[in-house]
Design a protein around this ligand. Structure first.
Ligand code: ADP
Length: 249
Protein backbone atom coordinates (compact mmCIF):
# COMPACT_ATOMS: atom_id res chain seq x y z
CA UNK A 1 0.00 0.00 0.00
CA UNK A 2 1.06 3.60 -0.48
CA UNK A 3 2.21 5.94 2.29
CA UNK A 4 -0.41 8.21 3.82
CA UNK A 5 1.22 11.37 2.46
CA UNK A 6 1.25 10.09 -1.14
CA UNK A 7 -1.29 11.98 -3.25
CA UNK A 8 -0.51 10.10 -6.47
CA UNK A 9 0.83 6.56 -6.54
CA UNK A 10 1.45 3.74 -8.95
CA UNK A 11 1.90 0.07 -8.17
CA UNK A 12 3.24 -2.43 -10.67
CA UNK A 13 2.69 -0.01 -13.52
CA UNK A 14 3.49 -1.71 -16.81
CA UNK A 15 3.00 -0.68 -20.44
CA UNK A 16 3.74 -2.84 -23.43
CA UNK A 17 3.71 -1.65 -27.02
CA UNK A 18 3.38 -4.66 -29.33
CA UNK A 19 5.20 -6.84 -26.83
CA UNK A 20 7.88 -4.24 -26.06
CA UNK A 21 7.90 -3.26 -22.39
CA UNK A 22 8.29 0.52 -22.34
CA UNK A 23 7.41 0.64 -18.62
CA UNK A 24 7.97 -2.33 -16.39
CA UNK A 25 6.54 -2.84 -12.91
CA UNK A 26 6.97 0.74 -11.70
CA UNK A 27 6.05 1.65 -8.12
CA UNK A 28 5.89 5.38 -7.56
CA UNK A 29 4.71 7.65 -4.77
CA UNK A 30 4.35 11.37 -5.29
CA UNK A 31 4.05 12.94 -1.86
CA UNK A 32 1.63 15.73 -1.25
CA UNK A 33 3.19 19.19 -1.34
CA UNK A 34 6.39 18.15 -3.10
CA UNK A 35 7.90 19.01 -6.46
CA UNK A 36 8.78 15.60 -7.88
CA UNK A 37 10.81 14.99 -11.03
CA UNK A 38 10.89 12.02 -13.36
CA UNK A 39 14.27 11.87 -15.06
CA UNK A 40 16.28 9.37 -17.07
CA UNK A 41 18.02 8.93 -20.39
CA UNK A 42 16.13 9.02 -23.70
CA UNK A 43 13.77 6.12 -24.13
CA UNK A 44 13.69 5.44 -20.37
CA UNK A 45 9.89 5.50 -20.29
CA UNK A 46 9.34 8.90 -18.66
CA UNK A 47 6.74 10.13 -21.13
CA UNK A 48 4.96 6.79 -21.05
CA UNK A 49 4.75 6.88 -17.23
CA UNK A 50 3.51 10.47 -17.43
CA UNK A 51 0.86 9.51 -19.98
CA UNK A 52 -0.22 6.54 -17.86
CA UNK A 53 -0.56 8.67 -14.72
CA UNK A 54 -2.63 11.27 -16.56
CA UNK A 55 -4.68 8.52 -18.22
CA UNK A 56 -3.68 9.43 -21.77
CA UNK A 57 -2.53 5.82 -22.02
CA UNK A 58 -4.07 2.69 -20.53
CA UNK A 59 -1.64 0.49 -18.60
CA UNK A 60 -1.11 -3.14 -19.65
CA UNK A 61 -1.14 -3.88 -15.93
CA UNK A 62 -0.77 -2.10 -12.63
CA UNK A 63 -2.81 0.30 -10.54
CA UNK A 64 -2.87 4.07 -10.13
CA UNK A 65 -4.09 5.72 -6.94
CA UNK A 66 -5.09 9.31 -6.37
CA UNK A 67 -5.60 10.25 -2.73
CA UNK A 68 -5.80 6.55 -2.00
CA UNK A 69 -8.56 5.86 -4.56
CA UNK A 70 -7.98 3.53 -7.48
CA UNK A 71 -8.25 5.72 -10.60
CA UNK A 72 -6.87 3.18 -13.08
CA UNK A 73 -10.16 3.02 -14.99
CA UNK A 74 -10.99 6.73 -14.87
CA UNK A 75 -11.09 8.78 -18.09
CA UNK A 76 -8.61 11.67 -18.65
CA UNK A 77 -11.31 14.37 -18.39
CA UNK A 78 -12.56 12.90 -15.13
CA UNK A 79 -9.03 12.76 -13.77
CA UNK A 80 -8.71 16.50 -14.42
CA UNK A 81 -11.98 17.04 -12.58
CA UNK A 82 -10.56 15.13 -9.61
CA UNK A 83 -7.77 17.70 -9.45
CA UNK A 84 -4.98 16.07 -11.42
CA UNK A 85 -4.28 18.54 -14.20
CA UNK A 86 -1.71 18.30 -16.91
CA UNK A 87 -0.33 21.54 -18.26
CA UNK A 88 0.41 22.22 -21.93
CA UNK A 89 -2.09 19.69 -23.23
CA UNK A 90 -5.41 20.13 -21.47
CA UNK A 91 -4.87 23.85 -21.16
CA UNK A 92 -4.97 24.73 -24.83
CA UNK A 93 -4.23 28.36 -25.58
CA UNK A 94 -6.33 30.07 -28.24
CA UNK A 95 -3.84 31.95 -30.46
CA UNK A 96 -6.27 34.61 -31.68
CA UNK A 97 -7.60 35.52 -28.27
CA UNK A 98 -5.79 38.00 -26.06
CA UNK A 99 -3.93 36.89 -22.97
CA UNK A 100 -6.76 38.28 -20.83
CA UNK A 101 -9.46 36.49 -22.84
CA UNK A 102 -7.58 33.21 -22.74
CA UNK A 103 -7.49 33.36 -18.95
CA UNK A 104 -11.15 34.44 -18.80
CA UNK A 105 -12.15 31.43 -20.91
CA UNK A 106 -10.20 29.14 -18.60
CA UNK A 107 -11.87 30.67 -15.54
CA UNK A 108 -15.31 30.32 -17.11
CA UNK A 109 -14.60 26.68 -17.75
CA UNK A 110 -13.68 26.24 -14.12
CA UNK A 111 -16.72 28.09 -12.85
CA UNK A 112 -19.03 26.43 -15.38
CA UNK A 113 -20.91 29.73 -15.52
CA UNK A 114 -24.17 29.58 -17.41
CA UNK A 115 -25.14 32.46 -19.70
CA UNK A 116 -27.66 33.95 -17.28
CA UNK A 117 -25.12 34.14 -14.55
CA UNK A 118 -22.52 35.34 -17.00
CA UNK A 119 -24.55 38.44 -17.90
CA UNK A 120 -24.38 39.80 -14.40
CA UNK A 121 -21.82 42.58 -14.16
CA UNK A 122 -20.75 41.57 -10.71
CA UNK A 123 -19.67 38.16 -11.91
CA UNK A 124 -17.84 39.75 -14.82
CA UNK A 125 -15.96 42.06 -12.46
CA UNK A 126 -15.01 39.22 -10.19
CA UNK A 127 -13.91 37.16 -13.18
CA UNK A 128 -11.76 39.99 -14.49
CA UNK A 129 -10.20 40.57 -11.08
CA UNK A 130 -9.31 36.91 -10.87
CA UNK A 131 -8.03 36.86 -14.48
CA UNK A 132 -5.80 39.85 -13.80
CA UNK A 133 -4.52 38.30 -10.60
CA UNK A 134 -3.51 35.16 -12.51
CA UNK A 135 -1.95 37.16 -15.33
CA UNK A 136 0.04 39.11 -12.79
CA UNK A 137 1.07 35.91 -11.02
CA UNK A 138 2.68 34.55 -14.21
CA UNK A 139 4.32 37.88 -15.05
CA UNK A 140 2.15 38.72 -18.08
CA UNK A 141 0.51 41.96 -16.98
CA UNK A 142 2.32 43.92 -19.69
CA UNK A 143 0.97 41.46 -22.28
CA UNK A 144 -2.67 41.27 -21.15
CA UNK A 145 -4.04 42.87 -24.34
CA UNK A 146 -1.78 40.97 -26.74
CA UNK A 147 -2.97 38.06 -28.83
CA UNK A 148 -1.55 34.80 -27.52
CA UNK A 149 -0.05 34.17 -30.96
CA UNK A 150 2.15 37.27 -30.62
CA UNK A 151 3.80 36.13 -27.41
CA UNK A 152 7.42 35.00 -27.36
CA UNK A 153 7.80 31.28 -26.64
CA UNK A 154 8.55 31.47 -22.91
CA UNK A 155 5.67 33.90 -22.37
CA UNK A 156 3.31 31.58 -24.22
CA UNK A 157 4.20 28.82 -21.81
CA UNK A 158 3.60 31.20 -18.90
CA UNK A 159 0.13 31.82 -20.35
CA UNK A 160 -0.45 28.07 -20.55
CA UNK A 161 0.46 27.85 -16.89
CA UNK A 162 -1.98 30.68 -16.10
CA UNK A 163 -4.82 28.87 -17.88
CA UNK A 164 -3.93 25.71 -15.98
CA UNK A 165 -3.86 27.62 -12.70
CA UNK A 166 -7.32 28.97 -13.48
CA UNK A 167 -8.55 25.44 -12.72
CA UNK A 168 -6.83 25.72 -9.32
CA UNK A 169 -5.67 22.09 -9.35
CA UNK A 170 -4.12 20.50 -6.26
CA UNK A 171 -1.83 18.46 -8.51
CA UNK A 172 -0.07 19.86 -11.56
CA UNK A 173 1.80 17.76 -14.07
CA UNK A 174 4.32 19.20 -16.48
CA UNK A 175 5.90 17.38 -19.39
CA UNK A 176 9.23 19.08 -19.96
CA UNK A 177 8.13 22.59 -19.02
CA UNK A 178 11.49 24.08 -20.00
CA UNK A 179 11.83 22.37 -23.39
CA UNK A 180 13.10 24.71 -26.07
CA UNK A 181 13.66 27.61 -23.68
CA UNK A 182 16.62 29.91 -23.26
CA UNK A 183 18.29 30.58 -19.91
CA UNK A 184 16.20 33.63 -19.12
CA UNK A 185 12.86 31.86 -19.70
CA UNK A 186 14.09 28.83 -17.76
CA UNK A 187 14.82 31.06 -14.77
CA UNK A 188 11.45 32.75 -15.04
CA UNK A 189 9.43 29.53 -15.42
CA UNK A 190 11.42 27.90 -12.58
CA UNK A 191 10.51 30.78 -10.28
CA UNK A 192 6.92 30.54 -11.41
CA UNK A 193 6.70 26.79 -10.77
CA UNK A 194 8.31 27.24 -7.37
CA UNK A 195 5.71 29.85 -6.46
CA UNK A 196 2.69 27.93 -7.74
CA UNK A 197 3.92 24.75 -6.04
CA UNK A 198 3.20 26.31 -2.66
CA UNK A 199 0.16 24.44 -1.37
CA UNK A 200 0.17 22.14 -4.42
CA UNK A 201 1.89 19.03 -5.66
CA UNK A 202 3.92 19.13 -8.86
CA UNK A 203 5.16 16.22 -10.93
CA UNK A 204 7.36 16.97 -13.91
CA UNK A 205 9.31 15.20 -16.58
CA UNK A 206 12.43 17.28 -17.04
CA UNK A 207 15.60 16.84 -19.08
CA UNK A 208 17.48 19.80 -17.69
CA UNK A 209 19.24 18.41 -14.62
CA UNK A 210 20.23 21.79 -13.22
CA UNK A 211 16.54 22.71 -13.21
CA UNK A 212 15.79 19.46 -11.38
CA UNK A 213 18.58 20.10 -8.86
CA UNK A 214 17.34 23.61 -8.30
CA UNK A 215 13.60 22.97 -8.14
CA UNK A 216 12.73 19.43 -7.12
CA UNK A 217 12.39 17.92 -3.64
CA UNK A 218 12.33 14.40 -4.90
CA UNK A 219 13.63 12.66 -8.01
CA UNK A 220 12.76 9.31 -9.56
CA UNK A 221 15.24 8.02 -12.11
CA UNK A 222 13.95 5.70 -14.81
CA UNK A 223 16.05 3.64 -17.19
CA UNK A 224 14.76 1.03 -19.65
CA UNK A 225 11.30 1.27 -18.19
CA UNK A 226 12.36 0.54 -14.63
CA UNK A 227 13.07 2.64 -11.57
CA UNK A 228 16.80 2.93 -11.10
CA UNK A 229 16.94 5.23 -8.11
CA UNK A 230 14.83 7.55 -6.02
CA UNK A 231 15.62 10.25 -3.51
CA UNK A 232 16.71 13.86 -3.41
CA UNK A 233 18.80 15.13 -6.31
CA UNK A 234 22.14 14.81 -4.51
CA UNK A 235 21.43 11.21 -3.60
CA UNK A 236 20.34 10.05 -7.04
CA UNK A 237 22.97 12.04 -8.93
CA UNK A 238 25.77 10.41 -6.95
CA UNK A 239 24.34 6.90 -7.51
CA UNK A 240 26.75 4.84 -9.60
CA UNK A 241 24.00 3.11 -11.57
CA UNK A 242 22.40 6.44 -12.43
CA UNK A 243 25.71 7.82 -13.68
CA UNK A 244 26.22 4.72 -15.80
CA UNK A 245 22.72 4.92 -17.27
CA UNK A 246 23.30 8.52 -18.32
CA UNK A 247 26.74 7.82 -19.77
CA UNK A 248 25.38 4.93 -21.79
CA UNK A 249 22.68 7.04 -23.41
P1 ADP B 1 11.31 8.88 -22.57
O1 ADP B 1 10.18 9.81 -22.38
O2 ADP B 1 12.00 8.52 -21.29
O3 ADP B 1 12.31 9.33 -23.60
P2 ADP B 1 9.30 7.14 -23.75
O4 ADP B 1 8.33 6.89 -22.64
O5 ADP B 1 8.95 8.16 -24.75
O6 ADP B 1 10.73 7.47 -23.11
O7 ADP B 1 9.59 5.79 -24.50
C1 ADP B 1 10.00 4.60 -23.84
C2 ADP B 1 10.17 3.50 -24.86
O8 ADP B 1 8.90 3.11 -25.37
C3 ADP B 1 11.00 3.90 -26.06
O9 ADP B 1 11.79 2.79 -26.44
C4 ADP B 1 9.97 4.23 -27.10
O10 ADP B 1 10.48 3.98 -28.40
C5 ADP B 1 8.85 3.26 -26.77
N1 ADP B 1 7.53 3.80 -27.13
C6 ADP B 1 6.95 4.90 -26.61
N2 ADP B 1 5.72 5.10 -27.12
C7 ADP B 1 5.52 4.09 -28.01
C8 ADP B 1 4.44 3.72 -28.89
N3 ADP B 1 3.32 4.43 -28.94
N4 ADP B 1 4.62 2.61 -29.65
C9 ADP B 1 5.75 1.88 -29.58
N5 ADP B 1 6.78 2.16 -28.79
C10 ADP B 1 6.69 3.25 -28.01
Amino acid sequence: SSPADAILSARGLTKEFLGFRAVSDVDLDVREGTIHALIGPNGAGKTTVFNLLTKFLTPSSGTIFFRGDDITGVKPADVARLGLVRSFQISAVFPHLTVLDNVRVALQRKAGLDTQFWRSNRVLDRLDDEANRLIDAVGLSAFAGHDAAELPYGRKRALEIATTLALDPPVLLFDEPMAGMGVEDIGRISDLIRRIAKGRTVLMVEHNLSVVADLCDRVTVLARGEILAEGDYDTVSSDKRVREAYMGS
